[in-house]
Design a protein around this ligand. Structure first.
Ligand code: SF4
Length: 208
């Protein structure tokens, strides 16, 4: 993954072929936001999220869509494009009810297990809503009509350790940036997702 980020952010290989799906994903996210906030029917070809929208609508509580949360280095909220923004987190959908928040992330590609994004979502929501005790975080895989992970439920007490994990990851990325060392870390993403052709692991796969 550091090699992929290097290809995108340092060497500016543009476009990185593995990101071709982002535009379609952005369109889908916009349609789902309009569906949830403005009741605009999902257009043909984008209707896979309808059943989840209905479940959310019938659940009660307060619904948020495409929430943009940005914080500075002191963990204070700032505007999304503020120059002091240190961390940004866009939450596709969240449903706040009593002392629980359910946070969903729409996905368009193949199912992958990656809990980091869910933890980041929960941590930002914990900052935004300090009164919340339980965070339920899920990916909705639209193409597969599937919801993962089976767990993804965090308590308020889990949040500090999750921030430590996230900030540790940030520190490793900063160190890679400083030393300009972006060693490849082969994983299941090398095959079928990442297309950094210059990487020796591209297309070969690795550990999951
Ligand atoms: S092919 Fe694998 S190891 Fe290489 S940049 Fe892509 S994800 Fe990283």
């Amino acid at each position: 993954m550091p090699t992929k980020l290097c290809s995108q952010a340092v060497l500016c290989h543009d476009p990185v072929p593995g990101d071709r799906g982002h535009e379609a994903g952005d369109n889908r996210a916009q349609h789902l936001e309009d569906r949830l906030l403005k009741k605009t029917p999902l257009p043909a070809g984008y209707t896979r999220g309808e059943k989840y929208c209905r479940i959310l609508e019938s659940s009660g509580g307060t619904l948020f869509a495409e929430q943009e949360l940005a914080i500075d280095e002191n963990m204070k909220f700032v505007k999304w494009f503020d120059k002091t923004a240190y961390g940004r987190c866009k939450i596709d959908v969240s449903l706040k009810k009593d002392n629980k928040i359910t946070c969903l992330d729409w996905k368009t590609g193949g199912i992958r297990e990656d809990s980091l994004q869910l933890k980041i979502n929960a941590c930002f929501l914990a900052l935004k809503h300090p009164e919340i005790e339980t965070f339920v975080t899920k990916y909705i895989w639209l193409k597969h009509d599937a919801v993962t992970p089976k767990d993804g439920v965090f308590s308020k007490e889990d949040i500090p350790a999750m921030w430590e994990e996230i900030l540790g990851w940030v520190e490793r990325m900063k160190s890679a940036w400083r030393t300009e060392r972006f060693d490849p870390k082969p994983s299941g993403l090398c095959r079928g997702w990442c297309e950094v052709a210059s990487c020796a692991h591209c297309g070969k796969g690795g550990r999951r």
